[in-house]
Design a protein around this ligand. Structure first.
Ligand code: CTP
Ligand code: CA
Length: 228
């Protein structure tokens, strides 16, 4: 019912959001990826669009329809997502990095399907680091958006999340305890703990749609606080 009473109070706010996994090619028929469903990022995009915000959703390969009133840009690799994110970042007020970006990609993409070699029972794939998309956006010196990251952790949540907050120069980080059942990757529910320079707030386990609405409210409050 809340949808009927939601004010379109974010008409003047432009938000870019990355969501889903990336896909890192090995050869023409194979790739490396992860279990990200994109549901959290899409829920955030939908929640913000319902409040009238102008949304650009930069999405890795997922099985989700674009939410209403959202401009979607489809990407596959981290390098493609990086390029799309940097192009979008400077004309958006807020950047939310929800994507599960592959940390590494194959050093070389074979141009033909890789074949087994007779007599070899192992093969070694060399990986190189991908660009850190959210750190590149937060590092912009001109037209830098208010920058929000996520942190997927299985232990020492606050310590690791705050480490990422400061190392990547973020305004806010949303920590996700991925060791807990029923939250995080591919789940319909999630719990988050938000950390920023001089505060923190727990958002308890809730359907990703509800959490998306709460998260947008928290992000907007901190964004406005910084503008003042
Ligand atoms: N991120 C990104 N580009 C990357 C890696 C991560 O933009 N190449 C972003 C994610 O979208 C997220 C944040 O950085 O908002 C933290 O991602 P996470 O995987 O938790 O942290 P990493 O910095 O990759 O560190 P690690 O995986 O080693 O914990
Ligand atoms: Ca990572």
């Amino acid at each position: 019912a809340e949808a009927f009473f939601q004010p379109a109070d974010l008409c003047n706010v432009k938000i870019a959001i990355t969501a889903g996994p990336t896909r890192e090619a090995i050869d023409p028929v194979r790739y490396l990826t992860n279990h990200s469903s994109g549901k959290m990022g899409y829920a955030i995009a939908e929640a913000a669009a319902k409040r009238g915000a102008q949304i650009t959703l930069i999405s890795g390969p997922v099985n989700l329809p674009a939410p209403a009133n959202v401009a979607r840009i489809n990407t596959e690799s981290a390098e493609q997502m990086h390029q799309a994110a940097l192009e979008a970042a400077t004309n958006h007020d807020i950047f939310i990095s929800c994507a599960a970006v592959a940390d590494f990609r194959p050093a070389e993409i074979a141009s033909q399907k890789m074949k087994k070699k007779s007599g070899e029972d192992e093969m070694i794939l060399r990986l190189i680091k991908n660009p850190d998309i959210v750190a590149s956006v937060a590092g912009l010196t001109r037209q830098r958006p208010f920058t929000v990251g996520f942190a997927a952790e299985t232990q020492d949540i606050e310590q690791y999340a705050r480490g990422k907050l400061s190392r990547k120069n973020l305004d806010l980080i949303c920590a996700n305890d991925v060791s807990q059942q029923g939250q995080g990757f591919n789940s319909d529910s999630n719990a988050l703990h938000l950390f920023w320079a001089d505060g923190d707030k727990a958002l308890p386990l809730a359907p990703k749609h509800d959490l998306g609405q709460q998260l947008i409210s928290e992000i907007i409050a901190l964004y406005k606080e910084k503008l003042d």
